[in-house]
Design a protein around this ligand. Structure first.
Ligand SMILES: [Zn+2]
Ligand SMILES: [Zn+2]
Ligand SMILES: [Zn+2]
Length: 90
């Protein structure tokens, strides 16, 4: 993995969690739409990105303290750490 060494969270990830379902768990509950999906690497929740109206992934990161998400979009293989604003491809 090409981890950004300034981020200790990305370094700790050895196995990437993938989305169990191709939908935002929170948007589904409220009948909202999303743009892209991200999967929390701490608890495996799949939530929507910052381009989506409800930005559930960043809200989850802020509320839970879970720092790292992975893109859940087909063909994308990258991780992002919110507190360090760090990207890594895998
Ligand atoms: Zn980090
Ligand atoms: Zn959402
Ligand atoms: Zn989480």
């Amino acid at each position: 993995m090409m981890a950004d060494l300034s981020c200790s969270h990305l370094e700790m990830i050895t196995t990437v969690k993938h989305a169990k379902r191709r939908e935002c768990e929170e948007c589904v509950k409220i009948g909202a739409l999303w743009v892209h999906l991200r999967t929390c690497q701490e608890c495996g929740k799949t939530l929507c990105c910052d381009s989506s109206p409800n930005r559930h992934a960043s809200r989850h990161a802020g509320a839970s303290g879970h720092p790292v998400i992975a893109s859940a979009e087909p063909g994308e293989s990258w991780l992002y750490c919110y507190p360090d604003d760090a990207f890594a491809e895998y």
